[in-house]
Design a protein around this ligand. Structure first.
Ligand code: DC
Length: 223
């Protein structure tokens, strides 16, 4: 029997960091669905296609081939055969991913890929619509959030590690805009589903969040 953990929440809440650790501890596969929207956004940017033009995007959907390989439980993402794992974590691609993810043609393609990846294996999957659309029958659903300021500070740290310098106001604005778009789109907006457990990580460190989720999974006999 496979066990599925869905972690949804806004940008910078720490979803991927905790999901990675939890998947290692439980021996599950970790699937970062945001990386797929980012790879799609990268395709559009590389090919000068307007991320807001659904008609143009629908014409190229079939040309976008996204695949995932796991190297020592690390997810590598491939766009038309090229490993783009290190190219998708820039502010431009964050923006492109969030913008193109509003279109139904993009979501339909990526959601069915995600469901297929999780079909016969235990997974920890993070994103925005995992508990609501991708894995509505997940055994454990978490809605992980934190204040905008805390999330912005975490993002600045990530950027610094990549040599990108940004100030707090700028990143808070970036996050607020992304939150607005992710929660107000017509197609599968980010929302806390009824059966998801809310964790606000504003005053928690990573270990505390991981322990909390693992104890919830243990309660549901995940191993
Ligand atoms: O989790 P992330 O920051 O890497 O995601 C990038 C964007 O992709 C996010 O702003 C919205 C979109 N996304 C989505 O619409 N649905 C998902 N399941 C995951 C991400």
């Amino acid at each position: 029997m496979s066990y599925k953990i869905a972690i949804d929440g806004p940008a910078g809440a720490g979803k991927s960091t905790v999901a990675k650790i939890i998947s290692k501890e439980l021996g599950y596969v970790y699937i970062d669905t945001g990386a797929m929207y980012r790879a799609f956004g990268l395709f559009l940017v590389n090919n000068n296609i307007d991320v807001n033009n659904e008609e143009e995007i629908s014409k190229v959907v079939d040309k976008v081939n996204i695949s995932i390989k796991f190297v020592q439980n690390e997810q590598h993402i491939y766009l038309n055969g090229e490993d783009v794992t290190d190219m998708i974590r820039t502010p431009i691609i964050s923006e492109a991913a969030s913008s193109c993810s509003v279109h139904a043609c993009v979501r339909t393609k990526l959601v069915s890929m995600q469901q297929e990846l999780a079909r016969s294996t235990s997974v920890v999957m993070d994103g925005r619509d995992i508990g609501s659309v991708v894995l509505p029958d997940a055994n454990l659903k978490i809605f992980l959030t934190a204040s905008v300021e805390v999330r912005a500070k975490r993002r600045i740290k990530d950027y610094e590690e990549k040599g990108i310098k940004k100030n707090l106001d700028e990143v808070m604005k970036e996050i607020e805009e992304r939150d607005y778009r992710d929660t107000h789109r017509d197609n599968s907006p980010l929302t806390q589903v009824k059966d998801a457990i809310l964790i606000d990580s504003s005053n928690m460190n990573i270990d505390e969040v991981v322990d909390k989720i693992i104890s919830l999974a243990d309660g549901g006999s995940s191993r």
